[in-house]
Design a binder for this molecule. Structure first.
Ligand code: URA
Ligand code: SF4
Length: 264
């Protein structure tokens, strides 16, 4: 397929994604309004809020805490070098290279996926394989482009063997990097693509579908910044296998876009 940004109309993009002509919002955009005066919609009582202590397994030992504290003070070049040399979990052994992320480091939008796959491992950039093509089309459908006010990262930075799901310990070991990326970028909104991304910022979760459409936020662990609204949706690789859920992803993206408008 042609890639978005190469003169495709919105209808062509939606057609490429398999949505047209069905992609219409069924619920009003403001169904989940943010708080007053443009404040981010914080989790209401009973809603899930990121508990950063839950993104790890047990309480971290002194060595892990020291490592996390060092990462929490890194600038971008230090972060890049640290990830490239990282051996904090077993995923280091089979990677070709670690993949930190790509895009605008001052972006309003942060998209988080699961882990690099084969093409990402080879090229050093997230979402460049088939799932990435769909992600680009999803971005284009809401007038966004990779690298243009958008940053893309993954829950873990090294490719799991045979693309298996990252284990809890691997996610915990890699979490300080994603947290530092969030602190440096300070995005207005984070879109979590699939289960691993949701777990990375929310801890143990129930069914992914139960998080869709909910008012969620991520509170940076050091409490230095205000909570960042989260939107949870399906992973593009899952959508490639499960066509009917594309319509739900479209709803989620429209909700994210509407939420972002209230945050600017
Ligand atoms: N799937 C992901 O979650 N991330 C990538 O970078 C590629 C595929
Ligand atoms: Fe380090 Fe993360 Fe790679 Fe594990 S996945 S080796 S924690 S960069």
């Amino acid at each position: 397929m042609k890639t978005p940004g190469q003169g495709l109309t919105r209808e062509e993009i939606l057609h490429e994604m398999g949505f047209a002509p069905l992609w219409r919002l069924r619920t009003p955009l403001a169904a989940n309004p943010p708080g007053a005066a443009g404040q981010p919609a914080l989790a209401a009582p009973g809603e899930v809020t990121a508990d950063t202590s839950s993104s790890g397994e047990a309480a971290p030992g002194a060595a892990e805490a020291g490592r996390a504290a060092r990462i929490a003070h890194m600038d971008w070049p230090e972060l890049q070098a640290s990830v490239a040399a990282c051996r904090a979990c077993q995923l280091c052994s089979e990677r070709r290279q670690a993949v930190l992320g790509v895009g605008d480091v001052h972006a309003d939008w942060l998209f988080v996926g699961e882990a690099p796959g084969a093409e990402e491992d080879a090229r050093g950039e997230p979402f460049v394989g088939p799932a990435g093509k769909l992600l680009d089309a999803m971005l284009a459908a809401i007038d966004l482009r990779r690298g243009d006010d958008v940053y893309i990262a993954n829950a873990v930075k090294c490719r799991p063997p045979r693309n298996r799901t990252p284990e809890a310990g691997e996610m915990a070991a890699c979490a300080p990097y994603l947290q530092r990326q969030i602190a440096l970028i300070q995005p207005r909104l984070i879109v979590l693509l699939g289960r691993a991304a949701a777990q990375a910022l929310l801890g143990e979760i129930g069914p992914l579908g139960s998080l869709r459409g909910r008012s969620l936020s991520f509170s940076p662990p050091d409490g230095s910044a205000r909570p960042i609204p989260l939107v949870v949706t399906y992973h593009p690789a899952y959508l490639l296998r499960t066509l009917p859920d594309k319509a739900k992803a479209w709803e989620d993206l429209c909700r994210a876009r509407a939420l972002m408008r209230t945050l600017q």
